[in-house]
Design a protein around this ligand. Structure first.
Ligand SMILES: *Cc1c(COP(=O)(O)O)cnc(C)c1O
Length: 424
């Protein structure tokens, strides 16, 4: 994709004028006077989330227990409903997705079911750049099955500490691997892995594969069925804007609906018979069988409004604008901040097909202090050790002007050596 960028502020304004998603910014609560570029950690609140939250709070006030069946959207089916709503943007059938648990809990629920180590085939293949919680959970799953995580959890190494080479992952898909769990987008460098390719290679070797899509759902279109992914899970508070600690999602490919849940609970029961209160668990024949407990309806309420915004904007349009925003940021950094004394480099793959929604700005020295200086200018980025400032311009609510401003502020922070104030 060739973009018509230049470094002037006038161009930023033109890009905003030409932006077909520009109207979506007004559908969010934007923190006053802030340039919020941290939506990859916590998405901003959609106004429609306030609407759906208030409805459910009112139902709790007025009909209480009857809300389970008589609410406008009955709470008893709410998790499945949200799953069916999000299914199109992940390329799944409506009953293959459910809103439940949290990211790490869903990882546990799925891996406890799909990791079946046996003599000679007991390895769990992951990678060394994943978000730490995934690795903690995988280690404990290996130990729970009576194996040694030190020898059985294989972490694909990275050559440069930024990205993974899919070939290295495939080379590790050996006969002794029982399951593969990988992230879709790496949380530091923003590398997007080739999910269809990795899935195909895993299946050639008869290995099941699952993905943590926390950094890609709501940003990148997924086609789980077409790619034949076995399972996936993701949080709803990053690009989906579902709110802090909102319920997460999980996807299970229909072909695995007969798999017995490793962490069973009564909300995974067939809904028709759940209230028979039998001591024999009768798992639902849908992804719903991986639910454990009563759903957190209030947290889930916010997702309803947030999803409506994403679905209306269209995931293809969101991806297109996100790539243009991140390309613009890369362009401005290359033009204005790459040379001495700025020395800022791009730690994210430049190939748009290999990157997610944020850009990792790297600087050998004072990256932390520069991040603090950005905050003092009301920019909201985040810092990841040891030298990365992550900037996520979000398609639904950030502007090209935001990106231009962030780059100008960065330039000033270094021109004026403002970061020195933040050296401890
Ligand atoms: C954000 C994120 C999580 C968060 O886990 P929680 O259980 O929601 O706290 C986990 N894994 C990845 C890859 C993430 O990006």
């Amino acid at each position: 994709m060739k973009y018509d960028f230049n470094t002037t502020e006038a161009r930023a304004k033109t890009l905003d004028e030409q932006d077909s998603l520009a109207e979506y910014r007004s559908k969010f609560f934007i923190p006053k006077n802030k340039i919020y570029v941290d939506g990859n950690s916590l998405g901003l609140m959609p106004k429609l989330s306030e609407t759906s939250l208030l409805r459910i709070i009112d139902e709790w006030k007025t009909i209480a227990i009857d809300g389970w069946l008589d609410a406008e959207k009955p709470w008893f089916f709410f998790s499945e409903d949200l799953g069916a709503q999000i299914a199109p943007i992940v390329g799944a059938k409506p009953d293959e997705v459910v809103a439940t648990g949290t990211t790490t809990v869903n990882l546990h629920a799925l891996v406890s079911s799909f990791y079946k180590p046996k003599e000679g085939c007991s390895k769990l293949l992951a990678d060394e750049l994943n978000f730490p919680t995934d690795i903690y959970a995988l280690k404990s799953q290996v130990a729970l099955k009576g194996y040694n995580p030190e020898s059985e959890l294989i972490l694909t190494p990275s050559k440069d500490g930024r990205v993974l080479d899919e070939k290295d992952i495939v080379d590790l898909m050996t006969d002794d691997v029982a399951l593969i769990v990988l992230p879709s987008v790496l949380y530091r460098s923003s590398q997007l892995l080739d999910i269809p390719h990795l899935t195909k290679e895993a299946h050639k070797r008869d290995i099941n594969i699952g993905f943590d899509c926390s950094h890609s759902v709501g940003l990148v279109p997924h086609k789980f069925n077409e790619w034949d992914v076995d399972f996936a899970f993701w949080c709803s508070y990053k690009y989906l804007n579902g709110g802090p600690g909102a319920p997460a999602f999980l996807y299970v490919n229909k072909k695995h609906f007969n798999e017995y849940p490793g962490l069973a609970g009564w909300f995974g029961n067939n809904k028709e018979t759940q209230f028979n209160m039998s001591l024999d668990f009768e798992p639902a024949t849908s992804a719903g069988r991986w639910q454990i407990s009563s759903p957190g309806i209030i947290g889930a309420a916010a997702i309803e409004g947030a999803l409506a915004v994403t679905l209306e904007a269209g995931i293809e349009n969101i991806r297109e604008k996100s790539l243009k925003l991140t390309s613009y940021l890369i362009y401005l950094v290359d033009e204005l901040l790459a040379k001495k004394p700025y020395n800022i480099s791009i730690g994210t793959p430049r190939d748009p097909n290999r990157r997610g929604g944020h850009i990792a700005l790297e600087r050998e020295e004072f990256a932390f202090e520069i991040c603090e200086a950005l905050k003092s200018h009301d920019v909201v980025p985040d810092f990841r050790p040891k030298n990365i400032v992550r900037i996520a311009p979000i398609a639904l609510y950030n502007t090209y002007q935001d990106v231009w401003n962030v780059v100008q502020i960065l330039k000033r922070i270094i021109d004026e050596k403002e970061y020195k104030q933040f050296i401890k």
